[in-house]
Design a protein around this ligand. Structure first.
Ligand code: SF4
Length: 135
């Protein structure tokens, strides 16, 4: 099963993958609520809707072998109002910025700390508003 930016537009180039979860289908139950039974998983899950990031569950950091990573990433927001030519953020997440709550970010940082992570944390977010930056 695969998902994420690598697969969204060219998933057909990966015939060895049995199931794709594209766009924000992961956050739209149904179709992907719970664990599908044997033979129940579809080849493709996708949606054109954008998820409510305030309902986004924290990542399952405990499933990672943390010592194999140089840095952890926390997704602070999705979406961006701009249209830079080189960037796929708006294709993936739309133009309306959606921002996690402070409580969500603290929960994610705390869970990393509890698992023993003491390394760097990279915050993935949209660029600050350019008008505000100039002011
Ligand atoms: S996320 Fe950054 S690079 Fe991408 S469109 Fe927005 S401002 Fe441009």
């Amino acid at each position: 099963m695969a998902g994420g930016p690598l697969f969204v537009n060219e998933y057909h180039l990966f015939p060895a993958v049995d199931h794709f979860v594209l766009n924000e289908a992961r956050n739209h139950p149904p179709p992907l609520s719970g664990r599908p039974g044997p033979g129940e998983a579809k080849p493709l899950y996708t949606t054109s809707e954008f998820a409510d990031i305030l309902q986004s569950p924290p990542p399952r950091w405990e499933l990672l072998e943390l010592d194999r990573y140089a840095m952890m990433s926390i997704q602070y927001s999705r979406g961006c109002p701009y249209n830079c030519d080189f960037c796929n953020v708006t294709v993936l997440f739309g133009h309306r910025p959606r921002i996690k709550s402070a409580a969500q970010i603290i929960t994610e940082l705390d869970s990393l700390y509890r698992l023993g992570w003491r390394g760097k944390v990279f915050f993935c977010r949209r660029q600050p508003d350019r008008q505000q930056k100039r002011a």
